[in-house]
Design a binder for this molecule. Structure first.
Ligand code: PEP
Ligand code: MG
Length: 417
């Protein structure tokens, strides 16, 4: 089925910022996708094109929209919509830069995802299965979700703070059960926090998790474990954290809470936290430029815990290769818009798998109703997702799609590590 045209428009994300929606038309098929947007972004991410004009306080995306309508659409017209690799390659060549700064990664990624959705429709298979075909994977599984129940850092208006504290219901038997456990824990946590800090403790951050006025990190993690215990799920839930430490790194030091840490001291701090609070995964424990610190962290904790690279790797093969060579981490956080196309995201996942890393498919803090990444995580069979709290429809769009997928499968598999 040949592409007739691609049409784009400006729509809005969960933070009220403009973002790009692309619509691909191929014969009778019309499919669309909306791109997400980060706040604590890695400096090496592909470029999100913003208009930088008065409208929308500079955050308009009409230039990216125009790039789709005037440049990408004519280029892709007539191409077979099931040729994902060729289509992504054509856009990358049309852009001509390493970081998609001409067309914008927001333009390219939205088209790339819409093309994949249209390809699945042409092949008459579910999107997850189609994405699995692109990755040559047939082992589909529902992910164990890392759910960000206590938001911090840039997503909660806090400085010198760990950004994400997540529950990981590894002991569930199905994704359905994982949702039951997670929502029960989420509501228990809300009640505990309100009891301790008053009514406003129920307010939430960008990813749907609560925001605490508690300053002591240990007390925050303790609250989550109390909620886990109260709901009767101890032994079935571990914790994960994403400090997003680039945000509190300056001149070779880490400014976390009211303390100043060297890389080595921060490794010791994480080690204590992990031991004490049943943490199995630490993402962006070190800053994106502190490659030496990453090596220290992975040397010390990598054989026991999942050490995930987000800002460090930006879903880019170039940085993943360096991290493999330098033994910097053992897991990839995969965000489609960080690299800007479906094919490149799949290549990054395959490189990680090849080197025995784990892969966590992730949302962005600025999300939309698009549930593409739910199908992606099942299709790649990574077994782990990071889509925020089990609340707010921008996050639950993904969880509800995972429930639909699980419901549609005869013998679904939950999680894999
Ligand atoms: C993250 O840091 O993992 C994250 C999801 O945040 P953002 O989208 O703001 O980069
Ligand atoms: Mg992160």
């Amino acid at each position: 089925m040949k592409i007739d045209f691609v049409k784009a428009r400006q729509v809005f994300d969960s933070r009220g910022n403009p973002t790009v929606e692309a619509e691909v038309k191929a014969g009778k098929i019309t499919e669309r996708a909306i791109v997400a947007s980060g706040a604590s972004t890695g400096s090496n991410e592909a470029i999100e094109l913003r208009d930088k004009e008065k409208a929308f306080k500079g955050r308009g995306v009409l230039k990216a929209v125009e790039n789709i309508n005037k440049k990408i659409s004519p280029k892709l017209k007539g191409m077979d919509v099931t040729q994902q690799k060729e289509i992504d390659k054509a856009m990358i060549e049309l852009d001509g830069t390493e970081n998609k700064s001409v067309l914008g990664a927001n333009a390219v990624a939205s088209v790339s995802m819409a093309v994949a959705k249209a390809g699945a429709k042409v092949q008459e298979v579910p999107l997850y299965e189609y994405l699995g075909q692109l990755a040559e994977n047939k082992k589909f599984c529902l992910p164990i979700p890392q759910m960000n129940v206590l938001n911090g850092g840039k997503h909660a208006g806090l400085e010198h703070d760990i950004q994400e504290r997540m529950i990981y219901p590894f002991g569930a038997k199905s994704f359905f059960e994982a949702m039951q456990m997670s929502t029960e824990i989420y509501h228990s946590l809300k009640a505990l926090m309100k009891k301790k800090f008053g009514y406003s403790a129920g307010l939430i951050g960008d990813e749907g998790g609560f925001v605490s006025s508690e300053k002591d990190e240990e007390k925050k993690l303790e609250l989550i474990l109390n909620a886990v215990e109260e709901t009767g799920y101890s032994g079935k839930v571990e914790l994960a954290i994403d400090p997003a430490s680039t945000e509190f790194y300056k001149n070779g030091k880490y400014f976390l809470g009211n303390k100043i840490f060297s890389a080595g001291e921060l490794v010791d701090f994480y080690s204590e936290l992990a031991e004490k609070f049943n943490i199995y995964s630490i993402e962006d424990g070190m800053a994106e430029e502190d490659w030496k610190g990453w090596n220290e962290l992975n040397e010390a904790l990598g054989n026991k815990y999942q050490i995930v690279g987000d800002d460090l790797l930006v879903t880019n093969i170039k940085f993943i290769e360096r991290a493999i060579k330098e033994n910097s981490c053992n897991s990839l956080l995969l965000k489609v818009n960080q690299i800007g196309s479906v094919s490149e995201s799949i290549d990054s996942a395959l490189l990680a798998f090849k080197n025995s890393w784990t892969v966590v498919v992730s949302h962005r803090s600025g999300e939309t109703e698009d549930s593409f990444i739910a199908d992606l995580v099942v299709g790649l069979g990574t077994g782990q997702s990071k889509f925020g709290a089990p609340a707010r429809s921008d996050r639950n769009a993904k969880y509800n799609q995972l429930l639909r997928i699980e419901d549609s499968m005869k013998n679904s598999v939950y999680g894999k590590r």
